[in-house]
Design a binder for this molecule. Structure first.
Ligand code: ADP
Length: 425
């Protein structure tokens, strides 16, 4: 194993794995630390769910993942977090970085959430989402990790005991030697973590080349794009043009959507506008017993004969708020996740072999219900969202899953994903 990645959430893990595969690394994603050791691959991504847990818990889980990756021989460790730097003054980006640095004896690392292809750029230490500062984006209202400051040096400094510095874009423009010289200077000045600018893929490639020999990198998924070529230049592996190949599966296909992001609302609307089959989950009806996951599943299963079917709880924010007021935020979320996971599980039992899931938490619930523990990463459908393939624990058959984090994908994402997997629409 060359690269070991510790990802702080599930769809984020798939996102970074997708970047590595795209650049020719065979990559396997595992859900948590498996009991029997890690699989063989150029890169292994361990998906944790530590973004918003208590810092001590995030640190403990990350150190367990680190130990497994080191046992498996990983040459470099990558702590992957969100491209919007989702965290609070308590963590968890700072505390986990500090703990990984201590465990690895790392003197210096970088922090770079940039992913320019998805509109996340860092300029003079400030994170932009599209054309606006992070603090002016929708992230300022995030329920768990509101981001009200776009200055990442300041944001990270509040979370770490190490001095934080800045590695600027104009240094990166000078290429790898200039970047490494600046990193050496920062280290000499006592900086332990440098927030790195990146406004283009070129910057990410330079950064990856300059940092490929560090024991630890911390970043969004963007930096991962540059690592495989950097490793190849060091003779550590040969990029494999078939790294993203998955099997060609037959059988029915379906979509399950529990994300309520603007992007997913538009994707559901597009599916409906195209006149495709769809079934809606109504959380209040579920709660009151007027609807059940099993009846929705029965309808969806029956509809499969006519083509792919979408089952969705996706709703506009006013409607979600009303449901949350009636049932509580946590309870509403869990109720819907369980129902969608049950539908997904039943559809797979009924023969579905290509399944698109929208929503990070929803994806976690579906994968758990399927009992899937390992995902082989295939070709991207859009930046950050690849097709993946797993083995079903019950019958050993293959199933392909596209797990989409809420904000990703264009309006026709569902149909685009299915067509890419060979489904005729
Ligand atoms: P995203 O990736 O967009 O954040 P998630 O699946 O992570 O999507 O989170 C969406 C959450 O909203 C889930 O907990 C889901 O169960 C919940 N949810 C989905 N539809 C509704 C709804 N109509 N009302 C209330 N909550 C909902």
């Amino acid at each position: 194993m060359i690269l070991g990645v510790i990802a702080d959430d599930f769809t984020g893990a798939t996102d970074v794995a997708s970047m590595l595969v795209r650049a020719g690394m065979q990559t396997v994603q595992v859900l948590g630390v498996p009991e029997g050791g890690l699989p063989q691959a150029d890169a292994v991504v361990i998906a944790l769910k530590t973004r918003t847990v208590a810092p001590a818990d995030a640190v403990a889980q990350s150190l367990t993942a680190l130990a497994a990756l080191r046992t498996a021989g990983a040459r470099q460790i990558y702590f992957k977090y969100c491209s919007t730097f989702d965290s609070t003054p308590q963590g968890n980006i700072g505390p986990v970085t500090d703990a990984l640095m201590a465990a690895l004896g790392a003197e210096f690392t970088i922090a770079c959430p940039a992913f320019p292809e998805n509109g996340r750029t860092v300029f003079r230490g400030h994170l932009f989402v599209g054309d606006v500062l992070l603090s002016d984006s929708g992230m300022r209202n995030h329920p768990l990790t509101p981001m009200t400051d776009a200055n990442l040096v300041r944001v990270l400094q509040a979370q770490t005991t190490h001095p934080v510095g800045l590695l600027r874009h104009d240094t990166l423009d000078g290429g790898t030697p200039a970047t490494q010289a600046r990193m050496a200077q920062l280290r000499a000045d006592g900086v332990k973590i440098a927030v790195a600018d990146a406004v283009s893929n070129e910057h990410l490639l330079t950064l990856a080349e300059a940092c490929a020999d560090l024991p630890l990198l911390t970043a969004g998924s963007g930096v991962a794009l540059g690592l495989p070529p950097a490793y190849a230049r060091r003779g550590w592996f040969t990029p494999n043009a078939n790294a993203a190949d998955l099997d060609s599966l037959q059988g029915p296909a379906a979509v399950v959507s529990g994300s309520c992001s603007e992007a997913t609302n538009a994707q559901v609307a597009q599916w409906l506008a195209a006149g495709r089959t769809a079934l809606q989950i109504d959380p209040l009806a579920l709660h009151q017993g007027r609807q059940s996951a099993d009846t929705v599943l029965a309808q969806a299963t029956q509809a499969l004969a006519q083509g792919p079917v979408l089952t969705y709880a996706t709703a506009a924010s006013e409607s979600v708020r009303a449901v949350q007021q009636a049932l509580g935020v946590q309870a509403a979320g869990e109720l819907v996740e369980h129902a969608l996971a049950r539908v997904a599980q039943g559809l797979v039992q009924a023969g579905v072999r290509r399944l698109v899931v929208a929503g990070g938490e929803t994806s976690g619930a579906v994968v758990q219900a399927l009992g899937v523990q390992q995902l082989r990463i295939g070709a991207p459908i859009c930046p950050g969202v690849p097709w993946t393939q797993s083995t079903l624990p019950g019958n050993g058959e293959a199933v392909q899953l596209a797990l989409k984090s809420g904000n990703f994908g264009g309006v026709d994402f569902f149909a685009q994903a299915l067509r890419q997997a060979g489904v005729v629409l």
